[in-house]
Design a protein around this ligand. Sequence first.
Ligand SMILES: [Zn+2]
Ligand SMILES: [Zn+2]
Length: 243
Amino acid sequence: MQIQADLHTHTVASTHAYSTVTEMAAAAAEIGVRLLGITDHGPGSPDAPHLWHFHNYKVLPRRLNGVHMLYGVEANIMDEYGSLDMDEHELSFCEWVVASYHTACVRFERTPETVTQGYLRLCENPLVDVIGHPTTAMFPCDYEAVVRAIRDAGKLVEINESSLRWKPAALENAYRFYALCRDLQVPVVVNTDAHFAGLVGKTPLAEQVLREIGFPDALNYSLDADRIMAIAAEKRGIQFETD
Ligand SMILES: [Zn+2]
Ligand SMILES: [Zn+2]
């Protein structure tokens, strides 16, 4: 499986990532990723870029090294009410919004009840495109309730290669979470969450999970970059170049 769209990656603008946007796009072109999402961390993260990072996306090209680009953010879910660390004005500068929980950014008591409620409220936010890495052990939740809420809100949920690789229990939990997505017909995107150019487009663990649970290709939108571009064009008026 080679994903055509990698919609969650980080650049040196988040200082625990190590490649520039140009290097990320070059790596995408090399491996065959046609659509690359740059989603550095929102301001709730300890090493997030200044908000001007997002405001100035206008200077970047629609296409870089032949790769179609989406300039967005990985916003932080801050509490059990699904609040984000960026308001509507700030998010208006972003072309693609992944929303994720991170332990460094939250203060509330994490229980299955509070985390589930956070995801359910998050799904009511029309500016969010993708629910980020939902299977980590640090944020336990009621998978069935969350997957149903994602479905009812018409959002995408990601299977995140980096969390499967490095976060405790994320891989084991993924089998159950994405089987529910399969059963409830919820589309997923496969994202690397690459913090280094050499990791762009490489998703062996996500592929293993999807293959072992018999996940249908038709529900894996990362296999169809045109489909994602159509979603972004319709929602935010982005005019992609034709190939
Ligand atoms: Zn994250
Ligand atoms: Zn990330």
